[in-house]
Design a protein around this ligand. Sequence first.
Ligand SMILES: [Zn+2]
Length: 454
Amino acid sequence: MMFPDQKRRLYASAGAALVALFTVGVVTAQKIQFDRSGAVKSSVIGGSAKNVILLIGDGMGDSEITIARNYLVGASGRLALDSLPLTGTMTTYAVSETNPKKPVYTPESASTATAWSTGFKTANGRISTTARSDKDLKTIMQLAKENGYRIGNVTTAELTDATPAAPMSNVASRRCQGPLDMAECPKDTKAAKGPGSIAEQSIDLGVDVLLGGGKARYDQTIDFGTYKGQTVIQSAKAQGYSVITKKFELATAKPGEKLLGLFNSGNMSVQWTGQPAASSPSGPQRCKVGQRPNSEPSLGEMTTKAIELLNRKTSAGKGFFLQVESASIDKRNHAAQPCEQIGETVNFDNAVRVALNFAKANPKTLIIVTGDHAHTSQITDDDATPAGFTSRLITNEGVPMTVTYGTGNTPDGQRHTGSQIRVAAQGPQAANVVGVIDQTKLFYIMTRALNINP
Ligand SMILES: [Zn+2]
């Protein structure tokens, strides 16, 4: 119970504080005139790029970005991925396998990566092959290689997973990752005169830098052709690769030799952990950071090394194309694990920072930062107990944030969603991402920047 004069004093002091706040507000508003017209104009650059770096947060829609931003730098803070000057929105739908004229509104990583890798829409599960007719589509890395560019592929997933697979290989199914995984791709096997599994194709194409997980796929034995009886790793060594499996070995990798780094038998480890979302909300919790084993590099460390190895003049005087993926924003979203999802968004943001720093000294670099499809997680009302699986987090600014996963019947059964997602860019041709574009347009933006005629 508050006495009337106590109340009056409280209101008076609150009023004074408000006046003070208001005054400060007015002064600040006079000092900072919000007008970005000049900055936007000067970031519209035509012409060609020497290098293209495409950074993909798998399953990273606006919701995942906002959750990570709130947690790490606060609601009014900005991540590195927020700092690119030109932003647009991208549609990501797939098409039907039985009727490729019909859309499928919820895509996945194979159809989406095929879209920016080839300029074509395909059915879910396909890797740079056409829906129904199963024709191979020429990919951005194949084209870049033919045109004298160095190429690199960096991921926290298996290197043969859908997102890294689509720019460097053609198979009927994303499951055809190693020579022993070819059941769903009978026409793609080397025995059937096809290009082989995704792992084999990554080596046969001669991707200059391959860094990620998925060693078990490369340990499989090739059953046909020149390298019959050898593992994919042995065939890589025979084709001029140095092969490493530990983070410390990154330092020894030398420019001039192709590099295959396999830092986990499966997906790479996440860097943060915490309690999963639950039907009776978990938390309030703070995430456990620093959980990645010392043997595995961060995405930023892999990106730094990849750029160092790729950024040397080729005989043709060309630059490089590099794709970088943070995969477990998606994978931990499927498992309703907010801390692991946020940690991998932070892992991604640090890789974005590496690319932006490179572009400061190398302005003829087109950088594109985007996701591949939208996902489950939502910031929901703290007072509600939503249907679905929920966790309450305490952000770095000390405020509760409720995150809910509601697209599956079990916590680890969460599904993709079909919303449009953000695409941001800087450098030559970056202005082409502005507005609402389809994901397939990224292929044309990148090939145009690299002066490649697809
Ligand atoms: Zn997924």
